[in-house]
Write a protein that binds this ligand. Structure first.
Ligand code: SAH
Ligand code: SF4
Length: 374
């Protein structure tokens, strides 16, 4: 790479107003930014010289001043069930090469892309492979939306010419609300009608419960909210999801109901990973039902996905079913998530990427500082 190439601005990840400001610095009108959005996201075009409805001079200026720099694919794997996983190379903090994972899950009538928001995660949930690896750094907006861009390119269109990705979930590596500043423009591009034009119900942000950022999100962006609850009381949740010690369940639920009211949302989905003998007992289902009934809440039970070194086991299928039935009897909607991509380690909580040069973050003030630095 020569010196000129190094200073080119990466336009990937700039939301509409940022792109308008950028083209203004080149003396162009705001509608040029709208044209660029369409080319970059709708058409997936990385080469300015091929953007034929832009003025020739403007294309030439862009080609020297800017670029569309997408992450590099290290490996691509496909599961027997059609799930696909890409390992993407990321320059890590303090020099070491890192990698993150992006997953595509095809289902009848929809295709869900599960994207990462950080290299590793600082929050240290005891049953999560990503958390066990520690934290390296936040992904940039370009690296977050770049996962959608790349997957779109790799997957192409269906026989009707439609895009294969219909839904995006921020449920890969990392805690999206701990990287708020970079996740926000990426989500705005998913929703923008000149970007990926996904409806707000088809973009889901999953959080382990960073309460202040849930309030912030309620002001800034309208997407579906999923919350990793995993326990019906603070005693157990403190152990499984350590951020609960800072933001306990009562505060978290208040933030969720506020979000729904403010965003006119249908419901919040509560994720609950089923851990054998830990959180899967019938009385725990009753306790959970008491917490959530009467609210617009759905529970998604996730069979635990194992990974090397974990002390947890997956709850038996019968226990998961019984837990679900108890919730429903208690007036709470509940579903069991089908595990996909097991054979290529692409299931929830199994994403490890390659967090080589991690900052070993454990509980204490350091964790809290990292968690709220967005
Ligand atoms: N950091 C965010 C999003 C990424 S994790 C969050 O915690 O919500 C996506 C979901 O997978 C979360 O609900 C998480 O708790 C769950 N999960 C983590 N490890 C898991 C495992 N080993 N088996 C099943 N689900 C897991
Ligand atoms: Fe981080 Fe989510 Fe894993 Fe917890 S479950 S360690 S918040 S990625």
């Amino acid at each position: 790479m020569n010196a000129a190439a190094r200073v080119r601005s990466n336009l990937l990840g700039l939301n509409r107003s940022e792109l308008e400001s950028y083209v203004a610095t080149l003396g162009a009108k705001p509608f040029r930014a709208r044209q660029l959005l369409k080319w970059i996201y709708r058409r997936g075009e990385p080469d300015f010289t091929r953007m034929t409805d832009l003025a020739r001079d403007f294309r030439a200026t862009l080609a020297t001043a800017a670029e569309i720099r997408v992450p590099e694919i290290v490996t691509a794997r496909t599961s027997v069930d059609g799930t696909r996983k890409w390992l993407l190379r990321m320059p890590g903090a303090r020099g070491a090469q890192q990698a993150i994972e992006t997953i595509f899950i095809p289902e009848p009538g929809r295709g869900t892309l599960c994207i990462s928001s950080q290299i590793g995660c600082a929050l240290d949930c005891s049953f999560c492979a990503t958390g066990q690896q520690g934290f390296n750094r936040n992904l940039s907006p370009a690296e977050i939306i770049g996962q959608v861009w790349l997957a779109n390119r790799e997957l192409g269109r269906d026989p009707d010419g439609e895009r294969v990705i219909t839904n995006v979930v921020l449920m890969g590596m990392g805690e999206p609300l701990a990287n708020y500043r970079n996740v926000l423009p990426a989500m705005q591009l998913m929703l923008d009608d000149l970007g990926y034009d996904l409806s707000r119900r088809r973009v889901t942000l999953s959080t382990s419960g960073l309460v202040p950022q849930i309030y912030r999100l309620a002001q800034d962006c309208n997407v579906a909210l999923a919350v990793s609850l995993h326990a019906p009381n603070d005693r157990l949740r403190d152990e499984l999801v350590p951020i609960n010690r800072k933001h306990p369940i009562r505060e978290l639920l208040e933030a969720c109901w506020h979000y729904l009211e403010r965003q006119n949302g249908r419901s919040v989905t509560f994720e609950y990973t089923m851990l054998d003998g830990v959180n899967d007992r019938p009385e725990q289902a009753r306790e959970l039902a008491v917490l959530l009934s009467g609210h617009d809440a759905k529970v998604n039970l996730i069979p635990f996905n194992t990974f090397p070194g974990t002390k947890y086991r997956r709850s038996p299928a019968a226990a998961i079913q019984r837990f679900r039935d108890r919730l429903v009897q208690g007036g709470v909607m509940a579903t069991v998530r089908r595990t996909r991509g097991d054979d290529i380690d692409a299931a929830c909580g199994q994403l490890r990427g390659q967090v080589l040069d991690r900052t070993q973050v454990r509980l204490g003030s350091k964790l809290v500082r990292l968690a709220v630095q967005a």
